[in-house]
Design a binder for this molecule. Sequence first.
Ligand code: C2E
Ligand code: MG
Ligand code: MG
Length: 386
Amino acid sequence: MSDRLLVIDDEIDFALFVRRVAETSGYEVKTTADPNEFRKIFREWHPTHIIVDLVMPEADGVEILRFLAGDLCVAKIFIMSGFDSRVVDAARRLGTERGLDIVAALQKPLRARELANVLESNHSEEDLVTETSLREALQHGDILPFYQPKVDLRSWDPVGFEALVRWRHARRGTIPPERFVPMAEACGRIDELSESVTVQAVSQVGAWRDQGIDTTVAINLSSLNLHEEALADRLDALCRHAGVPEDHITFEVTESAAMAEPLRALDILTRLRIKGFKLAIDDFGTGYSSLVQLHRLPFSELKIDRSFVQECDRSREAKIIVKTMIELAHNLEMSVVAEGVETEEVLHTLAALNCDAVQGYAVAHPMSPDLVPAWLAEWRSGHPHA
Ligand code: C2E
Ligand code: MG
Ligand code: MG
């Protein structure tokens, strides 16, 4: 069932504009300029979302908010006005203090894109991320990886891509992994999700090879994927079938993932390495017993968490931590990738610290696979030694 948006606004043109944008964003919409009609629709139609204009001739928005609070409204409310932001903020506080769920205060005039963003990011979760809709999305091929390049800090050569899963939702746009990976884990669909991402990523490497692009892909695994003893054999068979050498695929696991069931994880990860796959420890520095994991498990790559990376040009402490992590990894014969590199300053700091590779918006955002050949050509033309 879709979300129901009730709009009260006396400007007919604006109400029509909101209706058009909201319908495109997947809402059912009713609009009114009349407070009495508003109350009636509210009580009969049970909107999930409400837009309240603060200034109207018949009733002001504050009265509407008072009515909604009195009716114990649980809908998400957007307040809107042409007044300056202080008035809007004051109304927002008032609503919140009365127990209403005011999710945004918007100022007129409003661009369509701005409104669509707010509406799309405020859909009811239960309508969106459910086990059923996830299962359907998996079946329909709507769960797919984007690819973010890693580049070598000495040669500027792109050394591979990380597959980052997205849910391409017909009405809601692109949904990021934090919104559905934990759900997939909770409802027992994480094996299916990882299987789907892995099959797509491995066959993508094969397809790029056919186009003359020889590159590697890193795939994220969840701790819950590390339960199946036959995992390594299955992944090996998949690569053979696609004609992709195992050393072109890296599996990324977090420290906590490796800790969940230590013996089982050790068994599975070791067998993956023996088959020729690479292993990376992801978000390094954020979990617990980092050093124990590094020592115990056969990792080939260490990915420094972006919380340290992003500060390393400004904070002395962050820089020392990053430097130490790089040295540690090198001493253990692992390569180091810094995650979340957004600026040139951080890029240069990392190069000076002898980091091997970087990944982040300073190089490129995650992209759909069909954009990769053009990105590679453009990157290489800008970095002639790559
Ligand atoms: P991660 O593996 O640490 O992936 C890096 C995340 O940082 C990605 O977020 C990426 O888009 C984002 N990122 C890259 N460069 C920058 C930057 O310069 N600045 C900032 N602020 N962020 C940057 P994304 O794609 O939203 O993925 C989030 C997390 O979801 C991943 O973190 C990973 O743990 C998980 N994930 C992604 N794909 C999968 C998957 O297929 N399976 C599983 N189990 N987890 C996945
Ligand atoms: Mg990762
Ligand atoms: Mg990471």
